[in-house]
Design a protein around this ligand. Structure first.
Ligand code: SF4
Length: 472
């Protein structure tokens, strides 16, 4: 008899829209066992091919069915350093769940019937945290004095630090901000990525001997050359923190934010608790968010929460130039945003922001679009329809149309080769840059911008760094 997928518990939409509590509550033991029992333990499991770090999914699910959660945890940790994080933020519907045999061939996203691998991974990761399971270190026999510098404490940097620590190699993480975690902290809101999970993972690394230096912008306080002279090797996990803009009139009006600034103010600086926290934010009665990725969805859900917490009637609209099918955002997050009250306007192209006589945003003008032929991304190109202009009230806008590589370090390091987008060029196998002994990974080298992809690069880099320092 076919077993139905086990639904995960969530906070109710109207309750969660008024706070920053975690929305998805995860599986308890009973539901994890029931979901794991749906896995048919394929002879040739194709699910792992959808995981960028190649977790042995069939095996860890089998361990769950045997209630051997410890073995399930160590199976995941062989390939994935942060199962509690990835179980929460990985776009599983495009990855492992999509390749699961229970997804019908040719589907754009994972079928509902596919195994909820991410929720099982989260269950196991949280079990490991609660029971303080430690991955054994495999130190080299010879005394080891090398030290590696890691620039950036986002997912790539943390992953490299963890891999090196497991081999007994010391590292120092240099973080530009006053808190660790990079995009996991300033970009992803607490209702998707609870801070205690992040703090746990970072403390775990510190307990393994990883040092962290905060408020330290490499490229300003110290050059890459100076850093390279002090350390055996350097890993650059700088991320992509420079926002793209639309290039339309009125984008410099007051209350037009980049998603990066908007989310950083709220997620990192506690702007939603102003004046208890010192960073304010303008909430807005009519909020427009422009974009179709996860950052746009996060910004819209944050904006909606700010309205609700401030007693303002909910009016947050997400504007996207293609249709929902082409949105790169996770399906689950789109669904959550809609349930909470975010409105969607598809097939629209921003034309202009207009303001009042004090320079504050007042209106947002767009053109309607239709879908044309596919572009280089394979998605159908939006074609603006002449004369279809329309105007909406809008007193706060958040532009979430992409990020570019940080230039602070790269612009003062001429030997570091960059591509035309300013991303660092690396050898894809070793992640070594054009400078010997300097490696890079995560958003600074381009790619899809997912946490798991950054970790995949970080693992390759860590492997190469270990070989490099051991042979010095
Ligand atoms: S492909 Fe799906 S059903 Fe098969 S082993 Fe993987 S998770 Fe289980």
């Amino acid at each position: 008899m076919k077993k139905e997928p086990i639904k995960v518990k969530e906070l109710g939409a109207s309750v969660r829209a008024g706070n920053f509590e975690e929305v998805v509550l995860g599986y308890n033991e009973e539901s994890a066992l029931a979901e794991a029992s749906r896995c048919i333990q394929c002879k040739n499991p194709v699910c792992s091919t959808g995981c960028p770090v190649g977790v042995d999914i069939k095996k860890f699910i089998y361990h769950i069915t045997q209630k051997d959660y410890k073995s399930a945890y160590f199976t995941i940790r062989e390939k994935n350093n942060f199962p509690s994080i990835c179980g929460r933020v990985c776009p599983a519907e495009y990855q492992c769940r999509k390749t699961c045999i229970l997804t019908k061939k040719g589907e754009l996203f994972a079928s509902e019937n596919s195994i909820n691998i991410h929720f099982l991974e989260r269950f196991v990761g949280d079990y490991g945290m609660k029971n303080n399971l430690q991955v054994p270190q495999s130190r080299d026999d010879k005394p080891f004095q090398s030290k590696v510098a890691i620039v950036g404490s986002g997912p790539a940097g943390l992953c490299v630090a963890g891999e090196l620590a497991r081999r007994g190699i010391k590292s120092v993480i240099y973080e530009a901000l006053h808190k660790t975690g990079g995009v996991l902290r300033y970009g992803i809101p607490p209702f998707r990525m609870p801070r205690d999970i992040l703090d746990f993972e970072i403390n775990y690394l510190k307990n393994l001997g990883v040092e962290v230096v905060l408020n330290s912008i490499i490229g300003k306080v110290e050059s890459l050359e100076e850093l390279s002279n002090r350390f055996s090797a350097v890993f650059l996990g700088l991320g992509a923190g420079v926002p793209s803009f639309l290039g339309i009139n009125g984008e410099n009006l007051c209350n037009v934010y980049s998603a990066n600034e908007f989310l950083t103010r709220v997620n990192l600086m506690g702007a939603y608790k102003f004046p208890k926290y010192h960073t304010p934010i303008n909430v807005g009665k009519h909020i427009g968010v422009i974009g179709g990725g996860n950052t746009a969805i996060d910004a819209a859900r944050v904006a909606l929460r700010l309205q609700k917490m401030n007693g303002i009637d909910l009016d947050t609209t997400l504007y996207y130039r293609r249709t929902e099918v082409e949105m790169p955002a996770r399906r689950l997050e789109i669904e959550h945003a809609r349930e909470e009250g975010v409105k969607f306007k598809f097939l629209v192209q921003p034309k202009e922001f207009t303001g009042d006589d004090k320079g504050n945003l007042q209106k947002f003008e767009c053109l309607e679009c239709r879908l044309g032929d596919p572009d280089s991304s394979g998605r159908r190109r939006p074609v603006p329809i002449e004369g279809s202009d329309f105007e909406s009230d809008c007193d706060v806008a958040v532009v979430a149309v992409g990020l570019n590589a940080n230039e602070i370090l790269t612009s003062v390091t001429p030997d570091l080769k960059l591509d035309k987008w300013g991303d660092v060029i690396v050898n894809k196998d070793t992640m070594e840059t054009s400078i010997k002994g300097v490696y890079a990974g995560g958003d600074i080298v381009g790619g899809e911008g997912t946490v798991i992809e950054a970790m995949s690069m970080a693992k390759r880099a860590a492997k190469a760094i270990i070989e490099y320092v051991l042979n010095q």
